[in-house]
Design a protein around this ligand. Structure first.
Ligand code: NAD
Length: 250
């Protein structure tokens, strides 16, 4: 599988986060050339990951986001793979969600992947094809409790993935999404902290709710992203791949 990723030119957003870091390591180990994007250059650098190109910026900045795939392509000499991994998790029911939370969740979780796909597709098409992997969530496929805005945005990414998977297969561009349930990353841990729980204790308790016996580690998700980006997934277009250790959303 990973042989087909050798020398591929890859752009990863949210590269300084839990899953993002595992993605950079996974693609680098597979021999890919990797451009990474995240909010702050020091976030990317402090993640002790050896990327080839650093393209820091705020995905809520429309000009930055519209230009990101072009910059990655210029720096890497082309673009074969885009991983839309950056995301934020807004918690609570709609009645407790502010306009600003609505705006920023849509900007990062929906508009940014939309814009990045829109600019990546012509670059990939001119080069004979490519693969896009979006990071959605099991919670975008079924409603998790008290995460209305997050679920809605991840559902939008899932729908976008299915539409683009269909629309761009003829250009040899495969668009798929990975849909994790809970993953042990800063996103999960800060959520526990904000609710007043000790993250380590809360994750121990959460492990017991997963049929396979533990919540996912970032590498469990990164490996599926690498598979979807590779030639091993050559006939997959518009798939939403749940990676959940057997745990349904509930
Ligand atoms: N952790 C989970 O339980 C879980 C479950 C399902 C799906 N996901 C999805 O996986 C993806 C990665 O999440 P993670 O768990 O690694 O979270 P994380 O918080 O560790 O990483 C997210 C990264 O996105 C970056 N980011 C956020 N806003 C940005 C902005 N405005 N501009 C640029 N970068 C920005 C952050 O700086 C961070 O490095 C997200 O899309 C998330 O929704 C996570």
């Amino acid at each position: 599988m990973s042989e087909s990723l050798k020398d591929k030119r890859v752009l990863i957003t949210g590269a300084a986060g839990g899953i993002g870091r595992a993605l950079v390591i996974g693609f680098k180990n597979a021999g890919a050339k990797v451009a990474v994007a995240d909010r702050h250059e020091q976030h990317i650098l402090s993640s002790d990951v050896e990327a080839d190109v650093l393209l820091p910026g705020d995905l809520a900045d429309i000009a930055y986001t519209n230009g990101l795939c072009g910059k990655a392509s210029e720096a890497l000499g082309g673009l074969d793979v885009l991983v839309n991994n950056a995301g934020i998790n807004n918690r609570g029911p709609v009645t407790q969600t502010t306009d600003e939370e609505l705006r920023i969740s849509l900007a990062i979780n929906v508009e940014a992947p939309f814009r990045l796909c829109r600019s990546a597709i012509p670059i990939m098409s001119d080069n004979g094809g490519g693969a896009i992997v979006n990071v959605s969530s099991c919670w975008g496929l079924r409603p998790g409790p008290d995460h209305a805005l997050y679920c809605m945005t991840k559902a939008a990414v899932a729908s976008l993935t299915q539409c683009m998977g269909r629309d761009h297969a003829h250009q040899n561009i495969r668009v798929n999404a990975v849909c994790p349930n809970e993953v042990d990353t800063p996103m999960l841990r800060t959520g526990f902290e904000m609710r007043g729980f000790d993250p380590a204790t809360a994750i121990d308790a959460l492990d017991k709710t997963v049929p396979i016996g533990r919540v996912a580690q970032p590498e469990d998700i990164a490996d599926v992203v690498l598979f979807l980006a590779s030639d091993a997934a050559r006939y997959m277009c518009g798939s939403l791949v749940e990676v959940n250790g057997g745990k349904a959303v509930g």
